[in-house]
Design a protein around this ligand. Sequence first.
Ligand code: PGA
Length: 249
Amino acid sequence: MILVGNWKNYPNTKEEAKEILKSLSRKAKVFKKLHTFIAPPVVFLDVVGERVGNIGGLASQDIFEHTGTYTGALSISMLKNFGVKVSIVGHSERRKLGESNLGVSNKVKTALKAGIIPILCVGEEVHDNDGGYFEFLSEQIKESLQGIRKSQDAKNIIIAYEPVWAIGKEAKGAMEPKELEQMVIFIKKVLADLFGRKVADSIAILYGGSVDGDNAKSLSKGTGIKGFLVGRASLEPKTFSSIALALTK
Ligand code: PGA
């Protein structure tokens, strides 16, 4: 099982970041039973990288797909040298800023080439009654994975299904487990169309969107997911460790 904490643009200070890590270390045993990763803001990659070993590994929230000289950018080799093992790509909050499926597919390829595991975020904005989200999702997945042909590459990709409408809500705003199960089956079918059934079955699918201590168990049991990508709740050590515990049971 995989658990990723996406800190987004929080906390505000280095001291707070250290405090969170310190609290998480107290629950190291439960985190170590999983593949746990923390994706801090860039300015805390250093401080988190030095401490995260107690509970898991370092992740980045995004990657930059170009090589060359670009003011304000962060190169993939910098991330590698900081010890980043996995990278979130195509998060809906970045897509909202204009990132296209093609751009996301280039990030996936850049990560794979550098030996970093990409966590490709996908998810519909609205869950309408006419099922239009199926088509949206299928297209988003296929376009975000365009140009990936080798099974070995496909196997190294993680998919995070994060329905945009379920992000940043209370626990009851998350997707219902029954529905999640259906969506996981659908995503696996899309992946099977691309890479064949065997490879599709080996690709881990995570769920993200208002996961917390109250719904982690029901969302992880029988839904076919292999873990969570957690936003806000990952900044609260108590809640994050109860999510971890739910995944170990
Ligand atoms: P949330 O965010 O857990 O705060 O809903 C999830 C995400 O955006 O990755």
